[in-house]
Each structure stands twice: as C-alpha cells, then as structure tokens.
Design a protein around this ligand. Structure first.
Ligand SMILES: CC(C)(COP(=O)(O)OP(=O)(O)OC[C@H]1O[C@@H](n2cnc3c(N)ncnc32)[C@H](O)[C@@H]1OP(=O)(O)O)[C@@H](O)C(=O)NCCC(=O)NCCS
Length: 199
C-alpha cells in the first residue's frame, strides 16, 4: 500500500511522517531540537526545580549537547521512532520548554514534557501536551499515548488529569537516579478518548 499524503502507511498505521513534524499551538512553536538549543536548555535544566521530580541526574551542558547530537540522526531517519522538540514562545522567539515522544509497539507512544520554571503556570505545559496529543493521534494515527510521572510531581499529575489522561497505576521503583529509586505513575489516553474530548 502507498503511503498517504502525510507519509504514513495505512496498513501499519504507525506514522513515518515525511512532513516536517514542527507543531504549532496558540502561543508556541514546537520545533525539532538542534545543537544551538543546548545553551538555552541548560539554562533551566540545571535548576533543581526542573529535575526535582524527574528521575535523572542534573544534566551538565555537555550532557545536553551529547544528547541532542545523539538523536539528531533520527530527524532524517526513514523509520524514525523518536521526536525531540523545543517549545518556542512566539512572542519572544525564546525557548521556554521542550517535549519528546518515542514510539512503542502496537501503535503506542510515550511522551515527556517540561517548561522553563520562569514560565510555569502560564498554561504552556498544557499547550505542549495538547500539541503532542494532537501530533500522536492525528498525524501519527496512534492508538495510545502515555506518560510516566513521579508521584510527587503534583504539577505534572494535575496537568495530565486536567487534559483527561487516565492514571493506570504505579510502577514501583521503576527508575534509579541520584542514588535512590523512583516510583512512576503511568497515565494514558486512547484514541477514542481523544476523539471524544475533541481538542
Ligand atoms: C509539569 C510542568 C510541565 C507544568 O507546566 P506549566 O506550564 O506550569 O503547566 P500549566 O500552566 O499548563 O498548568 C496546567 C494545570 O496543571 C496544574 N498545575 C500546574 N502546576 C501546578 C502546581 N505547581 N501545583 C498544582 N497544580 C499545578 C494546574 O491545574 C494548572 O492549571 P491552572 O494553572 O489553570 O490551575 C512544569 O511544572 C515542569 O516543567 N516541571 C518540571 C518538568 C516535569 O516535571 N515534567 C513532567 C515530567 S514528564
């Protein structure tokens, strides 16, 4: 079967978009990451507010450069499975957040997101997640999108709930970082739930 206009094959449904996967929300552009973003990402990822509820080690500038460089080939990969975006505030053209999505078997994907803490509670996190859900369900035609969050991450959990994502349970001591174990609460949305919500 021929790929359709968006570049994915209807027989597999999993998107292999040939299109530019940049996304737009009312106040943000989600553009694929490039090496020039490293400095700006480092400026907020180094703050405890960023990684406090994320099971990771505080990243160095070099870690961020290496991570971007590692995933750059994905942007032109034929069978791409990962997407990394920076969220650019339209009003200022500055990076104010980020998002990522990676495909899982059986028409699924997991995503993650963050906002520079100088811009929290302005609705940017919700815009980013709405953009990701739209990309996953509309463009990639996925069946299920999920996100995993440390249970102490009240902000992220409230955001996911407010968009209708359903908590499925807690993966106990799923990740190890900073010398300790982290539980992860899993949230998901299915394509029929997304269609009912209509955003
Ligand atoms: C989670 C995060 C992305 C939220 O971003 P944000 O731009 O502040 O979120 P929004 O402004 O869109 O908030 C949406 C809703 O989430 C809830 N919320 C957000 N921050 C909250 C907080 N600190 N406490 C309680 N509820 C909160 C509220 O219901 C809010 O709606 P309201 O402002 O109308 O009350 C941000 O706190 C962040 O980047 N944290 C660090 C990274 C992270 O934890 N990422 C998620 C792991 S994948």
């Amino acid at each position: 079967m021929q790929p359709n206009v968006l570049g994915y094959n209807e027989s597999t449904r999993i998107g292999k978009p040939q299109m530019n996967p940049d996304l737009e929300t009312p106040r943000l552009i989600l553009r694929e990451e490039c090496l020039e973003d490293a400095e700006r990402l480092f400026s907020y990822r180094q703050r405890p507010a960023y990684w406090q509820h994320i099971p990771c080690h505080p990243p160095t500038r070099d870690d961020i450069v290496a991570q971007i460089a590692h995933f750059l080939p994905q942007q032109s990969a034929h069978d791409r499975t990962m997407f990394f975006w920076v969220a650019i505030e339209k009003a200022t053209c500055l990076v104010t957040g980020e998002a990522s999505l990676w495909l899982l078997p059986d028409h699924g994907a997991e995503f993650a997101f963050a906002v520079d803490n100088r811009h929290w509670r302005k609705g940017y996190g919700s815009e980013i997640v709405r953009g990701i859900l739209r990309f996953g369900f509309h463009s990639l035609r996925l069946h299920r999108l999920c996100a995993q969050v440390v249970p102490s991450n009240i902000a992220s959990i409230a955001l996911l709930r407010s968009l209708g994502m359903v908590e499925e349970g807690v993966l106990r001591e799923r990740r190890r970082a900073r010398g300790r174990w982290f539980d992860l609460a899993q949230f998901s949305m299915l394509e029929q739930e997304y269609a009912r919500r209509g955003f």
